[in-house]
Ligand binder design. Sequence first.
Ligand code: NAD
Ligand code: UDP
Length: 325
Amino acid sequence: MQHSKRIMVTGGAGFLGSFLCERLLDQGHEVLCVDNFFTGSRWNVAHLLSNPAFEIIRHDVTFSLYVEVDEIYNLACPASPIHYQHDPVQTTKTSVHGAINVLGLAKRLKARILQASTSEVYGNPDVHPQPEAYWGNVNPIGPRSCYDEGKRCAETLFFDYWRQHSLRIKVARIFNTYRPRMRPDDGRVISNFVVQALQNQPITVYGDGSQTRSFCYVDDLISGLVRLMGTPDEITGPVNLGNPAEFTMLELADLVRELTGSRSEIRFMPLPVDDPRHRRPDIGNAVAALDWAPETPLREGLGKTIAYFDKQLTSPRGRHQLAAE
Ligand code: NAD
Ligand code: UDP
C-alpha cells in the first residue's frame, strides 16, 4: 500500500472521474470529488458515498476553490460533442478559467496536478498516428473549437505554470475511451451504436463511416492516469494515453451488430463539421515513461459495455445500483 494522500478529482462524478475516484479509494487514499453535475451525476458515485474516505462537493471550477489536498486530477469538462457544444462559452470557460483556478490552488498547496487533456488537441490530424510532438491541425472558429482550443489553452497554462512557478505538472492526452456507466444519451459513438443495436433501431453512421478512431477501455486508461501522476517530477508529459488499435466506424458498427446479435440496419447521416478523418495514438512515450500499454481488446471491452447497457435498458433497477457493477 502506498502512503495515503488526500486527492482532489474535478469532474469526479463524470464517467472517467467516477472510475478514477473508485481506483484512488481502492488504493487507500482520501478522495475529494468536485463536480457541478453538468454531465456527471451523483448516481455515478452513489456506491462510494458511504465510504468515509470519500467526500463530494457541488462546485463549478470556473470559480475558485479553497481546500487542502496533496494532489489534483483536473477532469472537469464535458467530453461528448453534443454536451460540449450545448453551451460552448461555458465549455471554454471550464477549460480555461477552470485550469487557472486549479493551477492557482496547486501553486498555493505545492500539490502535484494532472490535466486530462485530449486527442482533440491534434484536431483533424495530417500526421498519422499522432505523436506528442505533432502540433495539430485545429480549426479555431468551428463548432468543436470551444473544446479543442479550450483544452489547448489549458495545456499552455499548465506549461506556463511549470516554467514560471515550477509547478509539478502532468498532462495526459486521452484518446477515445469507453466503458459501462456511460449515459445511454451520452451521444458518443460506442454508447449510440450499442443502445441502437440492443433496441434493433437503425445504427447511425455519420458520413460514409470510413473515418477511424481508436478506443481504450476505461480500466486501462485509469491505470495510465494513475501511473502518470506517480512519475518523477521531471516527467511532465504531454503523454498520449489510448489504445492504438484503429477501427473505421463501419467496422465498429459491424462488430457491435455481431456482439449484440442485432438486426439493426445501418443508417447513414451527415458527417458533423470538422469531424476528424482518423485518429490513432502513438503510445511510444507512455510505454517508455510509464511502462504502460492498454490490455483490453475492443471486442472484450465492448462485450462488458453491451452487458451493462442491456441491463440498464431492461432492468427496473436504478442507474446507481448498476454503477457499482
Ligand atoms: P464527462 O462529461 O462524463 O465528465 C465530465 C465531468 O465534469 C462531469 O461530471 C461534469 O459534470 C463535470 N463538469 C463539467 N463542467 C464542470 C465545471 N465547470 N465545474 C465542475 N465540474 C464540471 O466526461 P468524461 O468522458 O468523464 O471526461 C472526463 C475528462 O476527460 C474531460 O476533461 C475530457 O475532456 C477528458 N477526455 C475524455 C475522453 C473520453 O473519451 N472519455 C477523451 C479525451 C479526454
Ligand atoms: N459517430 C457516428 N455515429 C454516431 C456517433 C458518432 O458515426 O452515432 C462518429 C463520429 O462522426 C466520429 C466518431 O463516430 O467520427 C467518434 O465520435 P464521438 O462523438 O464518439 O467522438 P469524437 O472522437 O468525434 O470526439
